[in-house]
Design a protein around this ligand. Structure first.
Ligand SMILES: [Zn+2]
Ligand SMILES: [Zn+2]
Length: 162
């Protein structure tokens, strides 16, 4: 069994809509390579940092992430399925494996903190900064007449139906 530790850099497009690992970010790998009958079994961990924005309040966020990797790189042969990883000469192409593992681990809806209150639906201010007192007088008096009109019409319709 061989052990390999080292640092690689993130490839392009390692990202989901809201978060990703920027191209060139260090990815620390700690891998074990085991020779098995079918080929080489690779397992280990990858550590890196993702950045993005909070799904609720859009603040920038950045967080370390660690993913487990395991993949069998098979010797080319008639029994190997199309979507299996292949040994090409002595080379292992780890990038697709790393990419899949990292993308699976990234949060679909990242938040800056678990209790992030998000943005005010009316004015868009960050509620975490605006504080619990932040609110708007929802009923603008100029619209009150219209609301009354709507109510009267609804009642009239009901009267007619009955
Ligand atoms: Zn937030
Ligand atoms: Zn507001």
């Amino acid at each position: 069994m061989e052990r390999w530790r080292g640092t690689v850099v993130a490839p392009a497009d390692l990202e989901l809509p809201l978060v990703g690992v920027p191209e060139g970010t260090d990815i620390e790998l700690d891998l074990r390579f085991e020779s098995v009958v079918e080929g080489v079994l690779v397992s280990g961990t990858a550590r890196t940092t993702y950045t993005g924005e909070c799904a609720r309040c859009l603040e920038p966020i950045s967080s370390p992430v660690e993913v487990g990797l395991q993949e069998l790189f098979a010797h080319p042969g008639p029994d190997v399925g199309e979507d299996e990883s292949l040994l090409e000469g002595d080379l292992l192409d780890l990038e697709p494996v790393l990419r899949d593992a990292v993308l699976l681990e990234l949060p679909q809806s990242p938040v800056c903190s678990e209790d992030c209150p998000g943005l005010c639906a009316t004015c868009g201010v960050r509620l975490a900064e605006a504080g619990p007192e932040h609110r708007h007088d929802s009923a603008d008096p100029r619209w009150a007449g219209l609301a009354g009109l709507y109510e009267r019409m609804t009642n009239e319709n009901e009267d007619r139906e009955s």
